[in-house]
Write a protein that binds this ligand. Structure first.
Ligand code: DAH
Length: 347
């Protein structure tokens, strides 16, 4: 039946697509010739239409017209799809360099912190981390702080909770609290390094900040001596600041170590001759250290008659300042790219 043939052609046209070959224009032309060409499908059907009985002429005539419109519309559609592809490739310059994408780099504090961790891990220390919001026991009491110690004062410490009769909770003021947590939960030998953020109620200036970073080291075992501490300090100072670095220990006081000391290194800027960084002394103060006070060991459940240990703690900002001659603490936290980019090359 002619009418069925026409309907089949219409369906074929609707489903037709181009793009089987790389030459789309040629495919479209083929399509046009097949349906609309002089000897094409439609002209052939119009020939046959002449012999259609009168009562069917209306129906078949309308179907033929729909077929013709469908073929023309499809050709239009094909042409437009080519145009839009061409337009796209016209506006694309494939030789253009790509957008410069900024690759982030590590913050100088992370670099220095990682370096310290690395140095200690080479002699068997492993990283221990703990909470930043701490209770009074881990921050002060277990560390042998007397009840009237100034660190327990609101002036120096950010308290989260400080109510009569309640456990006091504060932002940790030092990473020494991690020592307590580790000793409570582990048996010697203990050899840990605890890096982390600490908080103090200080006015922000070039030399002080309310947030900074510390690294703490703790070694507890049988027969750990002050000589072990000194040798570890010397190794650390040379690895961190160079082979020529010398160290000097000055007696000091910390509640949680006995004896306590502060370590200076020979000024790595002037080589010990005296300059404005070391204020003419030739020495730079680096860290606090000492033998773990027996009271601390006992408070943490380690028998101080059997075990001894040493501890040390240092400020990461200060290390970075001395290593890279950074003069103002605030620079670390301001995220000024002109500052941060100077350390791009560090890993
Ligand atoms: N916790 C001390 C501070 O924040 C630093 C410190 C000194 C840590 C001596 C120690 C140490 O482990 O033995 O100033």
């Amino acid at each position: 039946m002619l009418i069925n043939q026409i309907e089949d052609f219409i369906r074929d046209i609707q489903l037709a697509s181009v793009g089987k070959s790389s030459d789309k224009a040629a495919e479209i032309e083929q399509f046009r010739i097949k349906y609309l060409g002089k000897k094409g499908v439609i002209s052939d059907l119009f020939e046959q239409f002449k012999t259609v009985p009168n009562e069917q002429k209306k129906e078949i005539g309308q179907a033929l017209n729909r077929l013709k419109t469908a073929a023309q519309a499809k050709i239009e559609e094909f042409k437009q799809s080519i145009d839009s592809i061409e337009q796209k490739s016209d506006s694309m310059d494939l030789t253009m360099p790509t957008d410069y994408s900024e690759i982030g780099s590590r913050h100088v504090l992370s670099v220095v912190m990682n370096e310290i961790i690395d140095i200690f891990s080479r002699i068997g220390f492993t990283v221990a981390e703990s909470v930043e919001i701490e209770d009074d026991w881990h921050l002060f009491s277990a560390l042998n702080f007397p009840h009237d110690h100034p660190a327990r004062d609101m002036q120096d410490t950010f308290f989260v909770e400080k109510e009569e009769g309640k456990q006091e909770v504060a932002l940790r003021t030092h990473t020494s609290s991690v020592q307590v947590r580790v000793m409570e939960n582990n048996k010697p030998p203990i050899r840990i390094i605890a890096p982390g953020r600490v908080f103090r109620n200080e006015a922000i200036s070039a030399r002080a900040h309310c947030i900074f970073h510390q690294v703490e080291a703790l070694y507890v075992d049988k027969k750990v001596s002050f000589a072990d501490l000194k040798q570890t300090l010397l190794y650390f100072a040379k690895e961190m600041f160079g082979e020529k670095t010398q160290i000097r220990l000055r007696p000091s006081y910390f509640p949680f170590t006995e004896p306590s000391a502060e370590m200076d290194i020979s000024c790595n800027i002037c080589g010990g001759k005296g300059c404005n960084i070391c204020k003419g002394t030739g020495w730079l103060e680096i860290l606090g250290c000492g033998m773990v006070d027996p009271n601390v060991l006992d408070a943490c459940g380690i028998d101080s008659k059997e075990y001894s240990g040493f501890a040390l703690g240092m400020g990461v900002e200060r290390m970075a300042m001395l290593k890279y001659q950074i003069r103002d603490l605030r620079l670390y936290f301001e995220n000024d790219l002109r500052f941060l980019r100077q350390f791009d090359a560090l890993v």
